[in-house]
Design a protein around this ligand. Structure first.
Ligand code: GLY
Ligand code: MN
Ligand code: MN
Length: 440
């Protein structure tokens, strides 16, 4: 990730200012970075920064810590980072060091991470509430607890230790739920490139292609745009589409089968999340089209519900009703639609939710309910809309022509002050449009 521009530094500062205000005076917040993770022996997985840490700093190095201390005279924003090290930097890459944390990333003060505990004592002493998400960074839980205990032990002679320990999501994750204009620009870009990647996959698919080869078309489109996968791509042909988290991507695609692709590229930490289901040979069969039209109608109806003020549970309710009506019309289920839903019978063919928040995490943070009630949509929220129908091979009591059909259609939608804005419009989903694209 390149060093932040002046505008980006200002954006991160504004995010921290909001969080500082929410934390309140006399309190303190600690946000650890992600760590490098071993893949095998001495090889690491590609580093991915912790989303909270990235949101607040844009700093993309491991073994770092960010501390926010509202009202502190010497500075409210502290960073603890890896020391510069000429030898290590030759092997492993550049480090900003404490100097760069101040000059490039705008920290008021920065120190080497090895000195974190030494400074923590003074940073926590006299503060009432500590915002730190216990359990998420086990390597730090014990160390921070030990410093708190140390302060308690000497408190008779000086300042007291924090008494309240609060998970950061109560404030920070609510803030992350409403995207800023700068975030939306990144999300739009991730969505545009990801849509183009799906178009490319549709064009490249033929009977006899392999799932991994189609995945490679998608991933090439991500990577040549400076992006990576936001989550493991699902490229499932035929029956594989009925496995919700199919990730082997190892089968050959057959004439007459459908191909379900769920893949999204991540740009500067923000991911898209798109699913399309299209015919390997370019034409939907009669049975495939019947099921597809049900899912598409449910998706369009659900998308229309993403308006400010509407309950965020509405898309799922609307999609579930439309899909269940479709299941009855197709003969997959028999009975009264409302009763079938009440008894959960629709779950045989539609067993997941209709959407989730989207942002720095594919299943992004933010509560879905407030005081037990589905929260209303607000402008700046981004949610996926992804109904599907999955008719496992050999399902008893179902016309065999539907067996092995798995269909999901997923778009990413921004809640605005007006109509919902589909950010992933660049990849077609109407039957005629998909077929025209594959012919062309
Ligand atoms: N790709 C994960 C999801 O659709 O939720
Ligand atoms: Mn998805
Ligand atoms: Mn999704």
């Amino acid at each position: 990730m390149p060093a932040p521009t002046a505008a980006e530094v200002a954006e991160y500062a504004a995010r921290r200012a909001r969080l500082l205000a929410a934390i309140g005076p006399n309190n303190v917040a600690i946000v650890p970075s992600a760590r490098e993770v071993i893949r095998n022996r001495d090889a690491h997985y590609r580093f991915r920064q912790d989303s909270d840490f990235l949101y607040l700093s844009g700093f993309n190095e491991p073994d770092s810590m960010l501390v926010l201390v509202p009202g502190r005279k010497e500075g409210e924003f502290l960073m603890f980072v890896r020391a510069r090290d000429a030898a290590r930097e030759i092997w492993d890459g550049r480090r900003a060091g404490p100097e760069g944390a101040v000059s490039v990333f705008g920290a008021d003060q920065a120190f080497v991470i090895g000195d974190f505990e030494k400074h923590l004592h003074d940073l926590l002493a006299g503060r009432g509430r500590l915002f730190f998400t216990l359990g998420e960074h086990p390597e730090w839980d014990g160390k921070i607890a030990a410093v708190v205990r140390e302060i308690r032990e000497v408190s008779r002679r000086g300042a007291s230790a924090p008494t309240d320990f609060v998970a950061l999501e109560t404030t920070l994750h609510e803030q992350r739920l409403i995207k800023t204009e700068a975030e939306l620009a990144l999300i739009r870009h991730a969505c545009t490139v990801s849509a183009a990647a799906h178009v490319r996959a549709m064009r490249a698919t033929r009977p006899g292609s392999w799932e991994w080869a189609v995945a490679a078309e998608i991933h090439h489109e991500f990577e040549r745009n400076g992006m990576e996968c936001g989550y493991g791509s699902i490229v499932g042909g035929g029956d594989n589409a009925c496995i919700l988290h199919y990730k082997e991507n190892e089968s050959q695609l057959r004439d007459g089968d459908l191909l379900l692709i769920d893949a999204g590229g991540e740009y500067r930490g923000y991911t898209a999340d798109i699913t399309r289901t299209f015919p390997v040979n370019g034409r939907y069969s009669g049975a495939q089209k019947e099921v597809y039209e049900v899912v598409l109608a449910a998706q369009l109806a659900a998308i229309a519900e993403l308006t400010a003020g509407n309950a965020s549970s509405r898309p799922h309710e609307v999609a579930t009703k439309a899909l269940t009506e479709g299941m009855v019309a197709l003969g997959l289920l028999k009975g009264d639609v409302a009763t079938l839903i009440e008894e959960g019978k629709h779950r045989q063919f539609y067993m997941h939710g209709t959407g989730h928040w989207l942002g720095l995490d594919v299943h992004d943070v933010g509560r879905y309910k407030l005081e037990g009630e589905a929260r209303p949509f607000q402008p700046g929220m981004v949610m996926t809309v992804e109904p599907g129908l999955y008719i496992a091979p050999g399902t008893e009591g179902v016309d065999p022509r539907f067996h092995g059909i798995g269909i999901r259609i997923e778009d990413d939608v921004l809640v605005t002050g007006g109509a919902p804005e589909v950010l992933t419009f660049g990849v077609p989903k109407a039957v005629a449009d998909v077929e025209a694209l594959m012919r062309g």
